[in-house]
Design a protein around this ligand. Structure first.
Ligand SMILES: Cc1ncc(C[n+]2csc(CCOP(=O)(O)OP(=O)(O)O)c2C)c(N)n1
Ligand SMILES: [Mg+2]
Length: 321
C-alpha cells in the first residue's frame, strides 16, 4: 500500500508515542507514583498502529488489559490518558478507570478490559449497530494469545460469522499468557481456527508495521464491503513483564535483549523508510524529541493534577443516592 509522507510520519509518531509513554510509565510505576495494576504494550506498537491506521471515526475498537497502545493508536488524548493512569479527576474517565479500564467512546475506544476475552463480544455488539444503522463502520477486537482460548472469543467468532458482522479479530500473540508460553497453551493454529468458523485468517509479523497495515487494510475492506468477519494472527513480543513488578523468571537469559536488537518495530520502521528514501533521520529524530517533551509534560501535569473528590464517588454510577 502506498502511504503519503504524512501517513508515514503519523505512523512513526504514534509508535514512538506508545513506546515513550510505556517506558515512562514503567519508570514512574517503579518510583511509586502510579496506583493500581499496570500492563505495558512496549514492543507491540506496530500492531495497534498498523491496524488503527485503517480505521476512522465510524469505527470501534475493544482492547485488552494491555490497552495504552490501542488508546494512543485510536487517537486518545495522551495527557488525559496519563492523568487517568494516575487516577486524577481530569483523566480520560475521571480517574475512575485507571490503566485497566481506560476508555474513550468519543474516539471509538470501547475500553481496556480486566476480563480476558471480554472484548470480542463487545465488538459484535458495536458491529451489529454499525450494520443495522448502515454507518459503514467496522469493529476490531484486540485479543491476546491467552484470550484466544476463552469461550467468549470462540463464541464471538461464531456469532460474527452467522450474523455476517463487520468485525476483525486481531490476535496479538506475544508468546505468553502471564508466564505460560503459548506453545504450551494454544492448540492448533489461529488462522485455521478462523477458517473453521468460515472466516479468512491472515498471519503477519507483528514487528513489521507495513505487514500489519496491509493485512488490516484487507480485513477492513472485507468488513466494509459486507463480506463479514476475519481474523489476523499478529506475532509479536512484549518487552516488559506481564504486569509491572513481574520478575520474568520464565524468560530465557538474553531473550529480550535479542528481541530489542533484531525485531524492534521502531528500528525496523526507521530502517525501511530510510533505505527507501521516504523519510530522513532528521525528521524522525525531530518526532522523537517532540514526543519526549509531550510525555514529560503529561507526567508533570498528571502528578500535579487533583484527585477526584468524595462527591465524585456518587457520579457515573447506576444508582443515584
Ligand atoms: C476471565 C479472566 N481470566 C483470567 C484473568 C487473569 N489474567 C489476566 S491477564 C491474563 C493473561 C492474558 O494473556 P494474553 O491473552 O496472552 O494477553 P497478554 O497479557 O499476553 O497481552 C490472565 C490469565 C482475567 N483477567 N480474566
Ligand atoms: Mg499473550
Amino acid at each position: 500500500m502506498q502511504l503519503s509522507r504524512e501517513d508515514l510520519l503519523h505512523a512513526y509518531r504514534a509508535m514512538r508515542t506508545i513506546r515513550a509513554f510505556e517506558d515512562r510509565v514503567h519508570d514512574e510505576f517503579a518510583a511509586g507514583g502510579i496506583p493500581g495494576f499496570v500492563h505495558l504494550y512496549a514492543g507491540e506498537e506496530a500492531s495497534g498502529v498498523g491496524v488503527c491506521m485503517n480505521l476512522d471515526d465510524r469505527d470501534y475498537i475493544a482492547s485488552t488489559h494491555r490497552g495504552h497502545g490501542h488508546c494512543i493508536a485510536k487517537g486518545c488524548d495522551v495527557k488525559a490518558m496519563m492523568k487517568e493512569i494516575y487516577g486524577r479527576r481530569d483523566g480520560l474517565c475521571g480517574g475512575k478507570g485507571g490503566s485497566m479500564h481506560i476508555a474513550d467512546m468519543s474516539r471509538g475506544m470501547m475500553g481496556a478490559n480486566g476480563i480476558v476475552g471480554g472484548g470480542p463480544p463487545l465488538v459484535c455488539g458495536a458491529a451489529l449497530t454499525a450494520k443495522t444503522l448502515k454507518t459503514g463502520g467496522v469493529a476490531v477486537a484486540f485479543v491476546g494469545d491467552g484470550g484466544s482460548n476463552q469461550g467468549t472469543t470462540l463464541e464471538s467468532y461464531n456469532l460474527a460469522r452467522v450474523w455476517n458482522l463487520p468485525v476483525i479479530f486481531v490476535i496479538e500473540d506475544n508468546g505468553y499468557a502471564e508466564s505460560t508460553a503459548s506453545a504450551w497453551s494454544v492448540g492448533g493454529s489461529q488462522t485455521k481456527r478462523a477458517e473453521a468458523f468460515g472466516m479468512p485468517g491472515q498471519e503477519v509479523d507483528g514487528h513489521d508495521f507495513f505487514a500489519v497495515l496491509d493485512a488490516a487494510r484487507q480485513a477492513v475492506e472485507w468488513a466494509r464491503s459486507g463480506d463479514g468477519p476475519s481474523l489476523i494472527h499478529v506475532k509479536l513480543n512484549r518487552y516488559y513483564g506481564h504486569f509491572e513488578g513481574d520478575a520474568m523468571t520464565y524468560r530465557a537469559d538474553g531473550e529480550i535483549e535479542r528481541l530489542r536488537d533484531e525485531h524492534d518495530a521502531l528500528v525496523m520502521f526507521r530502517n525501511r523508510v530510510s533505505e527507501a528514501s521516504l523519510l530522513d533521520a532528521g525528521q524522525l529524530d525531530k518526532i522523537d524529541a517532540e514526543v519526549a517533551a509531550l510525555i514529560d509534560e503529561a507526567v508533570a501535569e498528571a502528578a500535579a493534577a487533583p484527585a477526584p473528590s468524595e462527591r465524585d464517588l456518587l457520579t457515573d454510577v447506576y444508582v443515584s443516592y
